[in-house]
Ligand binder design. Structure first.
Ligand code: ZN
Length: 470
């Protein structure tokens, strides 16, 4: 059945109707991090973009299996370990943890599976053996290489002709290769580096091989969507396709690539590089605001980072958040559902995940909702709020839902919120009494002391309201 969803497939260079291999199910593999350093906002853009994709697929009723790998063995990880004089696995573990934390902080739902490369060496050996047997790979100089000339469609994904290609970027046993464009599947062991035994000698996996082995291990020989950043199209994804097709697998049916975050126009300096680390950016904006910033552009577009654009995005999110929290005080609502989503919003996301158009629908609805709020139209407000929360839920931005919601209905948070609410209420009553007797100095002093404690009071036609500020 036609779901109405259309996605831009890099391999087809066109927007295609999305039809999964198995009705009602979607299998999605996303290239995750090579954990050599803590994440910066470019890494998390991919996380947010594909989180929205997964949420939208689930809104369609698909049962989604989302796999995002971790590359925990790599030249760069070994370099960091050597520099820091710590074990390679300590570097991988530390940074994987930082990534997991950042995904969680930005409200990205955890993948169904997060396989690590080093946990899948047997599957990789089986894939290499298959490629050698079928005449697509050869062992040389202790390494195993993929024979690019054996794959007539090599270059199709990235739109290159083999005769114009340069040598593969890997540096393993270059002199042992039959053709400089051949890429390494398995790297010969070097002294002092971790190695696993294989029929071709000890060594460690090549990056491209890892993803083919892990994707097919969990999603099958043919699966629906393979995602990653635009910088992975060549050589990583080109090589994944070559290996997997040469092994006789159908592999991914749709290739989705998110655009990158660039710092062009800014001086490329070390300090700028660090300033885009997630931990640094989160000193300037709250996690939900950063998520809004990274998710608001179309996933295929380039985001040119600028502090102004980040601040604008944060302000735009605060406008939405302000409406939702105010409206929820007047007209209680449950999180929305697919049925309550405005058609224009659904149509925007169905059109290759058009988040900018979808957000325009959200902002229009917020304007209408604010009018209903000002007019005291509680019924209209309730409808607006349900629709807006439904839309924000799909984007992972509902201020009242996990993980942003302060009004968590259970546990200590709710209890503490009640206590704080009562205490602030007492202070606000005293402030009102001071104003009544025209003692504005005392009234202002109460407000200032609350502000110093992180409680910001705002006077509205419905009386004073307060919120916690960082
Ligand atoms: Zn990959």
């Amino acid at each position: 059945m036609n779901s109405g969803l259309r996605l831009y497939d890099t391999a087809a260079r066109a927007v295609r109707e999305f039809t999964p291999v198995s009705p009602g199910r979607v299998s999605l593999y996303l290239c995750g991090a090579t954990v050599q350093a803590a994440p910066h906002i470019g890494h998390l853009r991919s996380g947010v973009n594909f989180d929205i994709a997964v949420r939208w697929l689930r809104s369609h009723g698909y049962q989604v299996t989302f796999v995002r790998n971790v590359t925990d063995i790599d030249d760069k990880i070994l370099d960091v370990a050597r520099r820091e004089e710590v074990p390679w696995w300590a570097v991988a573990e530390r940074n994987q943890r930082a990534f997991s934390h950042a995904y969680q902080v930005l409200g990205c739902l955890p993948p169904d599976l997060e396989p690590r490369a080093t946990g899948h060496v047997p599957q990789m050996i089986a894939l290499i053996r298959r490629l050698v047997e079928r005449g697509h790979a050869y062992a040389a100089g202790g390494s195993v290489f993929f024979d690019v000339s054996s794959c007539p469609t090599y270059g199709a994904l990235s739109g290159q002709r083999v005769e114009h290609m340069r040598a593969a970027g890997d540096t393993e046993s270059v002199e042992a290769k039959r053709d400089p464009r051949d890429f390494v599947l398995w790297k010969a062991a070097k002294p002092g580096e971790p190695a696993w035994d294989t029929p071709w000698g000890p060594g460690r996996p090549g990056w491209h091989l890892e993803c083919s082995a892990m994707a097919t291990a969990y999603l099958g020989e043919t699966f629906d969507i393979h995602g990653g950043g635009l910088d992975l199209v060549f050589p990583h994804h080109e090589n994944e396709i070559a290996q997997s097709r040469a092994a006789g697998y159908g592999f991914a049916r749709y290739w989705l690539h998110n655009g990158l975050v660039s710092t062009a126009g800014e001086k490329m300096s070390k300090s700028l590089g660090n300033s885009l680390a997630i931990t640094e950016v989160l000193r300037k904006v709250r996690p939900a605001e950063l998520r809004y910033y990274l998710g608001q552009a179309h996933y295929r577009s380039l985001i040119e980072f600028s502090p102004d654009a980040l601040a604008e995005a944060a302000a735009a999110y605060r406008r939405i958040e302000g409406f939702v929290t105010r409206a929820a005080e007047v007209a209680p609502s449950a999180p929305g559902s697919l049925e309550t989503l405005p058609r224009a919003f659904a149509a925007a996301l169905d059109d290759d995940l058009g988040v900018p158009q979808a957000l325009a629908v959200v902002h229009d609805a917020v304007r209408a909702g604010n009018n209903a709020l000002a007019a005291g139209d509680t019924a209209g407000l309730g409808l607006s709020l349900a629709a807006i929360r439904g839309m924000l839920g799909v984007l992972g931005l509902d201020p009242l839902a996990e993980p942003w919601g302060v009004a968590v209905p259970a546990g200590d948070t709710a209890h503490l919120r009640g206590v704080v609410d009562a205490l602030v209420g007492v202070a606000l009553e005293q402030r009102a009494a001071a104003r009544e007797r025209k003692d504005y100095a005392a009234a202002d002093a109460i407000r200032d002391r609350l502000r110093a404690a992180g409680v910001v009071v705002e006077d509205t036609p419905h009386g004073p309201r307060w919120e916690l500020k960082q």
